[in-house]
Design a protein around this ligand. Structure first.
Ligand SMILES: C[S@@+](CC[C@H](N)C(=O)[O-])C[C@H]1O[C@@H](n2cnc3c(N)ncnc32)[C@H](O)[C@@H]1O
Length: 218
C-alpha cells in the first residue's frame, strides 16, 4: 500500500485520506480500517467531513497538530471530531454541541477517547464553558445556525492571538433568500479587524453548500 504523509497524523493511503486510529479496532461512523505495518488507520470520508474535503482540495494551512488544543464548535455526533482527536493525540478537543440527541452519540465517542471533552451548550453562550476551556491553539466552527460570524467572534475569546480558526459558512442557515456568494462575503465582512482571511476553499465536488475559510486571529 502507498502511504503518503500530508500533515502530522494525516496521510493518503492509496489515494484515500486517513488518520492513525487512536483506539485500535474501533470504528466511529462505520469507516474502513486499514492496517499498514504496525499502524492502524481510519479512512476519512470527505463526503462526511468538510475538513477532509478541504484537505483533499489543497488546504495549505494545517494548524491542527499533535498536542494541539482545539475548540470545536458544532461537534454533532463526532464524525470530524474523531479524526481531530486522532491528529491531536495528547492534545485536547473541546467539543461544543447544542442538540441533545447528537450529544448522546458524542458521549459514546468520549467514553472511548479521553482527549475529547464534550460540552452540551449553545455556542452563543460562551460563559457556560469559560471555566473548562482555557486558551486554545485552534478553533473549528461548523454550526448550522443563523449568526455564524457572531458565534465565531464570541468564541474567539478562547483562541490564542495569531491562532487559526477554520470557519465553515453554511449560506442556507444564514439567509436562504440570498445567493451563497453574497452570504459568504457578508459573514466574512463581519470578521474584519478580528481575523485575517488566509484561505477560501471550495468543497466541490464533496459538498456544494458551504465555504471553508481559514482565518488567522489578529
Ligand atoms: C453540520 S453539523 C456539524 C457536523 C460536524 N462538524 C462534523 O463534521 O462531523 C452542525 C451542528 O451544529 C449544531 N449547532 C447548531 N447551532 C448551534 C449552536 N448555537 N451551538 C452549538 N451547536 C450548534 C447542530 O446541532 C449540528 O449538530
Amino acid at each position: 500500500m502507498a502511504v503518503k504523509r500530508l500533515f502530522e497524523n494525516v496521510y493518503l493511503i492509496d489515494g484515500k485520506l486517513a488518520t492513525p486510529n487512536l483506539k485500535r479496532g474501533k470504528r466511529v461512523y462505520n469507516e474502513e480500517l486499514v492496517q499498514v505495518d504496525s499502524t492502524e488507520y481510519r479512512l476519512w470520508n470527505p463526503y462526511r467531513s468538510k475538513l477532509a474535503a478541504a484537505i483533499l482540495n489543497g488546504m495549505k494551512n494545517m494548524s491542527i497538530k499533535e498536542g494541539s488544543d482545539v475548540l470545536y464548535v458544532g461537534a454533532a455526533t463526532g464524525t470530524t471530531v474523531s479524526h481531530v482527536s486522532d491528529i491531536v493525540k495528547g492534545g485536547s478537543v473541546f467539543a461544543v454541541e447544542l442538540a441533545e440527541r447528537n450529544m448522546r452519540n458524542l458521549l459514546e465517542l468520549c467514553d472511548a477517547r479521553d482527549n475529547i471533552m464534550p460540552i452540551l451548550s449553545d455556542a452563543r453562550q460562551t460563559e457556560n464553558y469559560e471555566s473548562v476551556v482555557g486558551k486554545v491553539d485552534v478553533m473549528y466552527q461548523d454550526v448550522s445556525a443563523k449568526e455564524q460570524a457572531a458565534i465565531l467572534l464570541a468564541n474567539s475569546r478562547f483562541l490564542k492571538e495569531g491562532g487559526i480558526a477554520y470557519f465553515i459558512i453554511k449560506s442556507q442557515s444564514v439567509d436562504i433568500s440570498k445567493r451563497p456568494k453574497e452570504v459568504y462575503e457578508q459573514e466574512l465582512k463581519l470578521l474584519e479587524g478580528a481575523f485575517k482571511i488566509e484561505e477560501r476553499i471550495s468543497l466541490e465536488p464533496y459538498d456544494s453548500m458551504h465555504l471553508f475559510a481559514v482565518l488567522r486571529k489578529v
